[in-house]
Ligand binder design. Structure first.
Ligand SMILES: CSC[C@H]1O[C@H](OP(=O)(O)O)[C@H](O)[C@@H]1O
Ligand SMILES: Nc1ncnc2[nH]cnc12
Length: 289
């Protein structure tokens, strides 16, 4: 199987320079329109597909990002792997603005989003005990090192609904009681949907601020975040440029089973399935339906 790398760019990352034969491709999905057209092209002989999560011009809020359409569209284009790049606040002194964190786990506190491709008429339960792909995380870490970024391997990402930032009490709860390392508003349900779509998913948190817990840094401020985003997105582009050579053009089955997540997940009996929903699942779950 051929590798095709999907990149979801977060705040500050709206395009990917350096792709060969690049074009913006409009992709329609049964879940509606993705956040934007998708920039497709090749990098080092490996096909790539780049999707700005909030759309060019930052149109979608964290709650209105069309997460299902985004994941479906990348799957429909033939992506095997997704690297998500996101601006995040830090709960750890040593995870400083400008650093990258390869996320290892999530706590999902979002509540106003569609979180599954499945539902009435086709029920499925996938495991997200290990919500990211370690193989792809290895590649993202190595790429960040090659790009000269200070990178931390492992960290728990608190996904909040937003769009407002956390209160001081929430910030301290997530850090001191729940042991979270970073905070953002978008990686859930994105990671859960990537698992349902049997895609390897890795998340790279680009630290922009210390949220509101740090006694020496005041409370989170969007002006400070924007000031950090430019340098972070240049570093992210350098990291992404290193990914194709590290992942390679030929894709062996995922040793962690990401590409087989639906193997035993569908509960609804074949004769009880809703034909309309099954048709919508053609790209995401066609392999097992
Ligand atoms: C620009 S600050 C808040 C905004 O930035 C993050 O976006 P993304 O995860 O797409 O990089 C955060 O989740 C909020 O959406
Ligand atoms: N402190 C923070 N909280 C939530 N999302 C963020 N994105 C960047 N910084 C953030």
């Amino acid at each position: 199987m051929q590798t095709k790398i999907g990149i979801i760019g977060g705040s500050g990352l709206y395009d990917l320079a350096g792709l060969e034969n690049a074009e913006w491709q409009v992709v329609d999905t049964p879940w509606g329109a993705p956040s934007d057209a998708i920039r497709v092209g090749d990098l080092g002989g490996v096909p790539m597909a780049f999707l700005p999560r909030h759309g060019r011009g930052h149109v979608h809020s964290p709650s209105t990002v069309p997460y299902r359409a985004n994941i479906d569209a990348l799957k429909r284009l033939g992506c095997t792997d997704i690297i998500s790049v996101s601006a995040c606040g830090s709960f750890r002194e040593e995870m400083a603005p400008g650093d990258f964190v390869i996320i290892s786990d999530f706590i999902d506190r979002t509540f106003a989003r569609d979180k599954s491709f499945f539902g009435t008429g086709c029920v499925a339960h996938v495991s997200v005990a290990h919500p990211v792909c370690p193989r792809l995380g290895d590649v993202a870490e190595a790429a960040a090192i090659q790009a000269g970024v200070t990178v931390h391997r492992g960290g728990t990402y608190l996904a909040m609904e937003g769009p407002q930032f956390s209160s001081m009490a929430e910030s301290k709860l997530y850090r001191d009681v729940w042991g979270c390392d970073v905070i953002g508003m978008t990686n859930m349900p994105e990671a859960k949907l990537a698992r349902e779509a049997e895609l390897c998913y890795a998340s790279v948190a680009m630290i922009t601020d210390y949220d509101s817990w740090h006694p020496d840094h005041g409370t989170v401020d969007i002006a400070d975040i924007i000031a950090t985003l430019g340098a972070n997105s240049d570093a992210a582009k350098a990291m992404i440029a290193a990914v194709p050579a590290l992942l390679g053009p030929d894709r062996a089955p995922c040793p962690h089973g990401c590409d087989r997540a639906l193997e035993h997940a569908i509960m609804t009996a074949p004769d009880a399935r809703d034909a309309t929903l099954v048709a919508k699942l053609d790209a995401v779950a066609g392999r097992v339906l």
